[in-house]
Structures are given as C-alpha cells and as structure tokens.
Design a protein around this ligand. Structure first.
Ligand SMILES: [Ca+2]
Length: 575
C-alpha cells in the first residue's frame, strides 16, 4: 500500500510536471518536495483587478469569481493533514474524486497526509521551521487550542471575509447550522478554520433502554416519571420478570464512569436520571442552560435531588452493585449472555450492546419527568475539530476558499463522505452505488469488495473520513438511502428531540493558553472532588447532612473562578 502510494505519487508528480510545463509554458515548476503555492502564471499587477473574460465570468486576477474552472491558468498548492489510519490514502491524489475535482477546478493540490503516530511532531516541526504548508487539511489535523495559537502567531489567516464573499455552499450550511460559526470561531473572534461534520440526524447524546419483555411479563407500562421508574425497578427486583423462579435480576446497570482523562470525554452512563430532574450533567459539570446561563451543575438543587434519588435506588438494591468497578465488556456480557438487566443506557442509540435477536425485547424509555415536572435531554453536536485552515504561505487564499466550497456542494459533500457515485455492481473501489431498496438513492457498496482483495487494499474513490466535509442532513437525505442500523438510532433520537436542551452538552469552549493552564488546575481538583463525593453519597448516603460542607469545599477549590472562566469563554463567542 505504502509502496504503491509512493509510485502513484511519483507518477502524479511527473504528470503534473509535464502538465504545468506544457500548459503554462513557464520555466518555474515545482518539484513536489518543496511545492510552492505560486500560481504558474500570474502577473503581480493583475492582482485584485476585476475583469470580464471571454465566457463572461467575472475574474479577480487569475480566478473566476463563480463557476468552474476556478482559475484560468492552473495553480498548485501544498496541503498537510492527518492520515486517519494506514488503510486510508496518504495522498488524496489516489482518490478518484479529488482527481476529478482538481481537473474541474484547475486547482491542483500536493497532499501530504502524515500517519497519526508522527503527526503532532511533524506538525510542530513544520510550523517551527516556518516551512509550513499552504493549508492544513482534514478532521483532527488541528485542535482548537492549536488553531488559536497558530492564529495569534500569524501562521493561520482569518478566513471569514473570504467565506462571506466566495463560499456560497458553505455559507448556506452556516445558516442551516447556527451553532457552526460558534464552534469554528476562535476566542479572538476570528475564524481560522472550518470544521468537518456529518449530520445523520442523531442530535441527542444518549438513550435509556428498558426491557420491554419484562414489563410485559409483569403487566407494567414503560415509566414516564421518576416515581414510576422506581416502582418498575422495584418490581423487576422482586417479581421475577424473567420467569425463572430466581431473584437473579439486576433492575438497572450502567458504567459509573468511563474514561478519566480530564482532557477527553468522561462518560457517566446514568446522566438521563439527572435529565429527569432538569439538569444536564456534562463531563466537567458545566452546562449552558436554556436561558444562556453557564452553570455549575453539581451544586444545583436539581443535581442534589437527582443524587438523592440515585442513593435511594442504590440503597434498595435497584442499581447493580458493580457499577463502580465494571467495564463495558462486563456490562455487555450481562446484557448479552446473562440477560439479567432491566434498564441500561447506551451512547450509540441503536441498542447494539444487546444481541440482534434480543433487540425487539427492548425499547427506548422516554425523557422522564421528576416530581417537579421538568424534562430535558442533552443535545449533542457532531462538529469535529480541524478540517481546513489556510496559512499565511498561501498565495491568493480566495482560490482555496472557492476550492473547498466546491468540494462541499450537496452533490460532492455526499461523495466526499461515502465515495463516488458509481453504477450498480461497481467493485473497483469503495463507492456509492444505486440502492436496490430505495430507488433513486445510493448506498455504500461495502458488500461488493472482491473476495481476494483485503479491505485495506480496497481503494476508496473519495477521501472518506479524511476530508473536510460538511455533510448536511438535507444532502444526506437527498442522495443516500437510510441503513437499517440507523433506523433504530433515528427512532431513539425522535423520542428525545422534543426535550433537547438549547446548547449541546459538549459545547466547545475556547480558552487562551493562560486560561487553559489555570482551568486545568482548577478542573482537576473540582471534578475529582465531585466524583469522589458523589460516588460515596450514592453508595453510602449522607447527602443531606454533608451538602453544605460539600459546597463550601468546592468554593475553597476555586469554584467561582472555574465557572467564571467558562462563562467568559462562552460570552466572548456567543454574546
Ligand atoms: Ca428471575
């Protein structure tokens, strides 16, 4: 694969050399190892002047303001990005889609995708040396923090004005997704990068799943509030819902906490119980409520009530005693082999933790109400850090903006994400072929790979998962048939959609390096203290008696400043 990649690259370089030489008739060509962004032919004096051309399109220098090709004389840029894994192309020239787009636009890119293991080092060295590329490309290539740093250092340029002027497709998407601009905007108010996303319509964070067969055996209904849930769990424990004559049921099980790296997502499966009391629990206990207020969840009255409720369930044996120690494998084993769990929670929303054959025995539990009647559910956002960031090296950055905008038309964004449109039976590359079940739409041809070809050697027709792709639900629904597995997810999301909180639980706060340093220290102390106290209250009780001392201790740990840092970060971007 690697060898083949180099060969293809060599051929591509040779061809591009000949191409540039023949077309532009210009002595200055690039060798590929140190590509420059310089358009092959562009007198300085022409820059910025607007002219009409033979085909009546308006031009700025060498660039047409609309339509394709984007430029009159071919131009060449150099891009660096992260190769997601070794089954993905390291040179996007190997994808047929990019070859096509480059030919259509006259904008040629030397792609340099670096394996994950050396990406961070390579990126830092490149930036430090000053020999950085014309643009960084692909999901996770740059983090928010890096973007801010590189923006402040003048490595990246602010692209907002260029987007406004030259990116009709992307601007339509920015309007359709009001949270997008906030996600990509840096704390200094500028936009240095685009973020990639795929909107499959999965907008809620997690689902609660209940054993419907057990409910039916006991003549019970799916609970709608926290009191009903308590009664159902009690019945699961005592009334032998699996009808084997043994008291072997675990009414509710979950992972108390998965992941403890505070820089990453910390999962606490039982969050839906907190939603029922009107509070969205988040990894760092910071939630933006529907009044646009940044609140610390773990000192709210709602959080206190929810925790007392959890302690009650635990004390009465309604929660698995292994929740604090079990891992996902053990929990999955209980669901698949022992089949003795009544209620559990899943992030994938498709009930995939249970066996296929058991799926119909379970159903989604709706957003529960608490005695105060509050109902809320965590909204999730699907934007991912890093996608497309232009550096100060790039000449005529507007050409690159038009290029990335062209890649994100509805028709191309779908192909960027799943593969190129191909005819039925296509088995040469991973691609989209006409759906047999939904006429007029496409589906991925994953079943058509020839038997003698390894998945890693089956080339992709498009940059799938490695591209800066902004795939909207509108575009997806227009071209791609829904897979059976996503139907269950869609159903789960429909259950929770009416109750989604205004802001995503995983809102991307942006901090300066100084703020980040201060925050990390505060966060470690505060989050660990909350988790420690919470787990003790849940298993041993004592919340009423200890509450005031707990709040006082959090204040000692710098809670006020902790909230202030988040509040400032939110207001700086959103207000
Ligand atoms: Ca039983």
């Amino acid at each position: 694969m690697r060898k083949k990649g180099s060969l293809l690259r060599a051929i591509a370089l040779l061809l591009s050399f000949m191409f540039v030489f023949a077309l532009a008739g210009c002595g200055k060509t690039n060798t590929g190892s140190q590509p420059t962004a310089a358009p092959t032919k562009e007198p300085e004096t022409q820059q910025g002047s607007e002219t009409k051309t033979d085909d009546d399109r308006e031009m700025v220098g060498n660039m047409y303001k609309t339509g394709i090709p984007i430029v009159k004389e071919p131009v060449r840029y150099y891009a660096m990005g992260l190769q997601m894994n070794n089954t993905r192309p390291s040179n996007l020239d190997e994808t047929e889609l990019f070859k096509k787009i480059m030919e259509e636009t006259n904008v040629y890119i030397d792609w340099d995708l670096i394996p994950q293991a050396s990406w961070t080092e390579k990126k830092n060295l490149t930036v430090a040396s000053g020999e950085y590329p014309d643009f960084f490309y692909g999901p996770k290539s740059l983090s928010h923090d890096e973007v801010q740093k590189f923006g402040a250092d003048g490595v990246l340029i602010d692209i907002e004005a260029l987007l406004d002027e030259y990116a009709p497709n992307i601007n339509k998407i920015r309007k359709e997704y009001p949270l997008y601009d906030g996600f990509i905007r840096s704390m200094d108010g500028k936009i240095y990068q685009l973020a990639s996303f795929t909107d499959e319509g999965f907008d809620s964070h997690i689902s609660s799943i209940i054993n419907k067969e057990w409910l039916d055996n006991l003549g019970l209904k799916v609970p709608t509030n926290t009191d009903e849930l308590y009664n159902v769990l009690k019945a699961f424990k005592e009334n032998d819902p699996n009808r084997n004559g043994l008291k072997d049921e675990i009414p509710m099980s979950f992972l108390y906490q998965e992941g403890n790296d505070l820089n990453r997502e910390v999962k606490r499966d039982f969050r839906p119980i907190y939603y029922a009391f009107g509070v969205v629990d988040t990894p760092f206990y910071i939630w933006i409520n529907n009044n646009d207020e940044v609140v610390f969840t773990a000192t709210t009255e709602e959080w206190k009530q929810a925790t007392a409720y959890m302690a009650k369930l635990y004390a009465e044996g309604l929660i698995d005693t292994e929740v604090f120690t079990q891992d996902r494998t053990l929990l999955t084993n209980k669901l698949r082999t022992q089949k003795n769990v009544g209620v559990y929670f899943d992030y994938r929303k498709d009930q995939s933790m249970i066996l296929e054959e058991d799926q119909e025995k379970f159903t989604f539990m709706p957003a529960l109400k608490s005695p105060d009647g509050k109902q809320v559910w965590a909204r999730s956002q699907f934007f991912s850090e890093g996608g497309f960031a232009i550096t100060s090296k790039a000449k005529n950055p507007e050409v690159l903006i038009r290029f990335i905008d062209y890649c994100n038309s509805e028709e191309y964004s779908v192909q960027m994400a799943y593969g190129m449109f191909k005819e039925a039976g296509w088995n040469q590359t991973e691609a989209l072929v006409p759906s047999e079940t939904v006429p007029g739409k496409y589906e991925v041809n994953s079943g058509s790979r020839p038997e003698n070809v390894e998945p890693s050697d089956w080339f992709m027709s498009a940059p799938i998962a490695q591209g800066c792709t902004l795939l909207t639900k509108t575009a997806l629904d227009k071209y791609v048939a829904e897979k059976a597995s996503s139907v269950a997810k869609t159903k789960a999301c429909e259950v929770y959609r009416p109750y989604l909180s205004k802001w995503p639980y995983n809102y991307a706060f942006k901090f300066s390096p100084e703020e980040l340093e201060e925050l990390t220290l505060l966060q470690t102390g505060i989050v660990q203290y909350v988790i420690q106290t919470h787990s003790r209250w849940m298993s041993e009780g004592g919340i009423e008696k200890e509450w005031d001392a707990y709040v006082a201790q959090l204040n000692n740990l710098g809670l006020k400043r902790y909230i202030e840092l988040y509040r400032n970060a939110f207001e700086r971007v959103e207000k």
